[in-house]
Write a protein that binds this ligand. Structure first.
Ligand code: TYM
Length: 329
C-alpha cells in the first residue's frame, strides 16, 4: 500500500484554502492509503509563536482535523514535535543541503522580507525539515496546495541526492498530489493572491455565519463588465474559483453566463456564495467545539498517533544511520 504524508502548521484556524488544497484529499486518501497526517509545530517555530499560545494552537488544529473527518482508526494523526526522530533526520539531511539553493527558495525570500528582524536559520532550512517529515515515512504521495510545490521539489531533490551520495535507492521519491490532478490555489477575498492564515483574507472552517456573510459581502470585485464576453477580471475570477469548490456547477455557470452578458449582479453573487460557504462549513463548525473540549479524546488520538508514527520513523532513522556509516561499538 502506498504511503501518504502531509502536515499543516498550527499558526491559526484552518481556512478554505487548507481544506480544499489539503484536507479534502486527506479525507479521501485515508480510505485507501497508509496515511500520516501531522501538525507541523516545529515548523511554526520559525515565526516564534509565544510559548503560551503554542499548545492551544496545536489542540485547535487537532480538533479541526477530527471535526473535518480525519479518522484516527484509518490514518496516523500526530504532532510533529512528538517525533524527535524528525529532528535527527533533519540534522543528517542538512549536511547535503546547500546554502545557495536554500537561499533561493521563494518561501525563504518571502519570509525574509516579511520578518527582516527574524531571519533565523530555521527559516533557511525549512525545506529540509519538510523533506524529513515526508521521507521519514517513505511517502510516495504528498497531498498539498499549489503553494507547496517548490518545497516538494526540494524534497525530491534532497531524497535523490541522498540516494546518489550513498549509492542506494533507499529513499522513495515523493510526488505532490491532488485528486483533481493539478495542485490548487484558493484565492483570498481581497482581489489578488492566495487565501492565507497570515494574509488576513481567510474564511475559516470554525467561522460563524454572520462573520462569513460580512466578509463575503465586502469581497473585492470590479466595476462590472461593459463589453459582452470580455475576459473575467482577477477579483471576480477569484470569487468564481471559490464558488467552484462550494457551489453547484449550474449556479456557477449561471453567474458566468450573466457576466458574459454584462447582466451579473455582484450582490446576488456574493449572497449566494456566502450561503454556500456557510452550508459547507456548518457541519464541521458544529463539531469543532465539542471535540476541542474533549481533553481525554484529544490525548488518546495524539498518543495513538505518536506511537504509530514513532514505529515508522525510528525504523527509517536506524537504517539511515547504518547507510551513513554510524556503527555501534
Ligand atoms: P500550511 O500550514 O501553510 O498549509 C497547509 C496546507 O494547506 C494548503 N494551502 C492551500 N491550498 C490551496 N489554496 C490555499 N490558499 C492554501 N493555503 C494553504 C497548503 O498547500 C498545505 O498543503 N510547509 C507546509 C506544512 C508542512 C508540510 C510538511 C506539508 C510541513 N511539513 C510535509 C506537507 C508535507 C505549510 O506551511 O503548510
Amino acid at each position: 500500500m502506498e504511503t501518504v504524508v502531509s502536515g499543516i502548521r498550527p499558526t491559526g484556524n484552518l481556512h478554505l484554502g487548507n481544506y480544499f488544497g489539503a484536507v479534502k484529499n486527506f479525507l479521501k486518501m485515508q480510505e485507501n492509503f497508509n496515511c500520516y497526517f501531522f501538525i507541523a509545530d516545529y515548523h511554526s517555530l520559525t515565526t516564534h509563536p509565544h510559548p503560551a499560545d503554542l499548545h492551544g494552537n496545536v489542540r485547535q488544529i487537532l480538533a479541526e482535523y477530527l471535526a473535518a473527518g480525519l479518522d484516527p482508526e484509518k490514518a496516523t494523526i500526530y504532532i510533529q514535535s512528538d517525533l524527535p526522530e524528525v529532528a535527527e533526520l533533519t540534522l543528517l539531511m542538512n549536511m547535503n543541503a546547500y546554502l545557495g539553493e536554500l537561499e533561493r527558495t521563494t518561501s525563504f525570500k518571502d519570509k525574509a522580507r516579511k520578518q527582516p528582524e527574524n531571519v533565523n536559520a530555521g527559516l533557511l532550512t525549512y525545506p529540509v525539515l519538510m523533506a524529513s517529515d515526508i521521507i521519514i515515512h517513505q511517502a510516495s504521495k504528498v497531498p498539498v496546495g499549489k503553494d507547496q510545490e517548490q518545497n516538494l521539489e526540494m524534497t525530491r531533490k534532497f531524497a535523490n541526492r541522498f540516494n546518489r551520495i550513498y549509492e542506494t535507492d533507499y529513499f522513495t521519491i515523493p510526488q505532490p498530489f491532488n485528486f483533481g490532478e493539478s495542485l490548487i490555489k484558493i484565492p483570498g477575498l481581497d482581489g489578488s493572491g492566495k487565501m492565507g492564515k497570515s494574509e488576513g483574507n481567510g474564511i475559516f472552517l470554525a467561522e460563524e455565519p454572520a462573520s462569513i456573510r460580512k466578509k463575503v459581502m465586502k469581497a473585492v470585485t470590479d466595476s462590472g463588465p461593459t463589453v459582452p464576453d470580455s475576459p473575467v477580471s482577477e477579483p471576480v475570477q477569484n470569487l468564481f474559483t471559490i464558488m467552484e469548490v462550494v457551489s453547484q456547477k449550474e449556479v456557477l455557470d449561471q453567474f458566468k453566463e450573466d457576466y458574459a452578458k454584462c447582466i451579473i449582479r455582484y450582490g446576488d453573487l456574493k449572497k449566494k456564495l456566502a450561503e454556500d460557504i456557510i452550508n459547507f462549513t456548518a457541519p464541521i463548525r458544529e463539531k469543532i467545539n465539542a471535540i476541542a473540549a474533549d481533553d481525554a479524546y484529544l490525548r488518546k488520538v495524539a498518543q495513538m498517533g505518536k506511537e504509530k508514527a514513532h514505529a515508522s520513523a525510528s525504523k527509517t532513522v536506524k537504517e539511515v544511520r547504518e547507510i551513513i556509516g554510524f556503527k555501534p561499538f
